[in-house]
Design a protein around this ligand. Structure first.
Ligand code: FAD
Ligand code: UDP
Length: 400
């Protein structure tokens, strides 16, 4: 029998959990199985356990919690992000308050510089960037706006990621900062990508050097992984790491499923594969105290094979005589990290979404299951809303 004791798994200790023989199981042991221990899965599990009193099994194929936000100590003892830099920012007080139950915060405002020629200049493009590149001394917002207007090329309908930038700053700045970076990052020209991609990066006429302008900007004081461990530390939640859903689904009976993996994978790629962009992360510890003046330096030059270098000590504030960095090399194959925002991909997703609507007893949530290029805070918001809609309101509840 699958006893409670047997199923209690020490959080944070990566283990391959034994799948019990089917014959020993008697009836549904869990109300809900949650596939994925990233933001989407962890928020759903936490709400289901603490608000709805459900018994929850969280399954992840990786040997750790936190999904792509996972951080850990490297051989030098420095906290690094295994799947690339994760900077928390949000305008939602609800999301910030919710996460604040599980972590303290370290105030941090993200700054990014772009490597252009032999210089490092601010990105998003701001007045400092323009003055540095053109040898100008524009000293008001109006002067910078007038400069950009003189360069911008009007585009009648802004449709693509190329249109967005060219209509705001013109072709030269577009080619300096966006064309090469985007072609590397996505393996596509900006003209082939939805406008939503480069719209993530604003253009500024002031000298605000911050990457984000959100109301709340901070890093979890003890890291993301610690925050996830606290979210999942509930007597109603069991954790099964290093195990694929395909293996766990029959072995651990459940009344309802919350699926946060790729939606096309769930349906056996019935309509073909949804494109996801992947990355290879090259982690390195250098025998010097600092490498670069800010946490992230972008490399828009297409001749440089990586897109950016992150130096974690800027994010964590940890003193150390050495410094740990990550270079990101975009690639087609590998773990699915980014849904690719293009019309034809959205059309294919819609076909899977239609299947999902017909799938009873399953809730699809998260970046991979809803095929949305969402930040962490948006995924938390999506999961909180999904929980309320699906499980919390008794009159509208569709699940146990
Ligand atoms: P994930 O974190 O991907 O979690 C899904 C989990 O499901 C994974 O752990 C996976 O192993 C598991 N899984 C999938 N299929 C199965 C299966 N069949 N069986 C078992 N387990 C399965 N957001 C920000 O707000 N700020 C940032 O600075 C930022 N930087 C980013 C940098 C990079 C390089 C990337 C890739 C993303 C970044 N994001 C950032 C976005 C952020 O990572 C996502 O918004 C967030 O992680 C999404 O959470 P999720 O739970 O939907 O997905
Ligand atoms: N981008 C770019 N140059 C930059 C920064 C961003 O061309 O210096 C484009 C690129 O297409 C990137 C997108 O804008 O994928 C969104 O940038 P963001 O920093 O939000 O990417 P993420 O952190 O999600 O990888």
């Amino acid at each position: 029998e699958l006893s409670r004791e047997h199923a209690v798994h020490p959080i944070g200790a990566p283990t391959v959990w034994p799948v019990p023989p089917r014959s020993t199981l008697q009836g549904p042991a869990y109300d809900v199985m949650v596939v994925g221990a990233g933001f989407a899965g962890a928020v759903m599990a936490e709400r289901l356990a603490s608000q709805a009193g459900k018994r929850v099994l969280v399954v992840d194929r990786r040997p750790h919690v936190a999904g792509n936000a996972y951080d850990c100590r490297d051989a030098a003892g420095l906290l690094i992000h295994q799947y690339g830099p994760h900077i928390f920012h949000t305008n939602s007080a609800d999301v910030f308050d919710y996460l604040s139950r599980f972590t303290e915060w370290r105030p941090y405002e993200h700054r990014v510089l772009a490597s252009v020629g032999d210089r490092l200049v601010p990105i998003p493009i701001n007045r400092t960037t323009i003055n540095a590149l053109y040898g100008l001394s524009l000293d008001t917002d109006e002067a910078a706006a007038a400069f950009l207007a003189s360069r911008a090329e009007p585009v009648s309908v802004v449709r693509t990621s190329e249109d967005v930038v060219i209509s705001a700053v013109g072709r030269e700045l577009y080619e300096t900062f966006f064309r090469g970076y985007t072609r590397k990052q996505w393996g596509l020209d900006p003209s082939e990508l939805d406008k939503s991609v480069t719209s993530r990066v604003p253009t500024r006429t002031n000298t605000d050097p911050r990457y984000f302008s959100d109301k709340f900007q901070a890093m979890p004081a003890e890291g993301y992984t610690r925050m996830f461990e606290r979210m999942l530390d509930h007597p109603n939640i069991d954790l099964l790491l290093g195990t694929d859903y395909a293996e766990a689904r029959a072995a651990y009976p459940h009344r309802h499923l919350v699926f946060t993996g790729p939606i096309d994978e769930y349906f056996g790629h019935r309509y073909g594969k949804l494109p996801y962009r992947s990355l290879r992360f090259e982690h390195e510890t250098l025998a010097q105290e600092w490498l670069q003046p800010v946490a992230v330096v972008n490399y828009p030059d297409e001749a440089v094979p990586y897109t950016r270098i992150t130096e974690y000590k800027h994010l964590t504030g940890e003193p150390h005589p050495r410094t740990s960095i990550t270079r990101e090399y975009p690639q087609a194959e590998g773990d699915p990290y980014y849904p690719v925002p293009r019309e034809e991909n959205q059309a294919l997703f819609k076909r899977y979404e239609a299947l999902a609507r017909e799938e009873s007893g399953v809730t699809f949530v998260g970046r991979l299951a809803t095929y949305r290029y969402y930040n962490m805070d948006q995924i938390v918001g999506q999961a909180l809303a999904t929980f309320r809609k699906t499980f919390a309101a008794p009159d509208r509840a569709v699940a146990p």
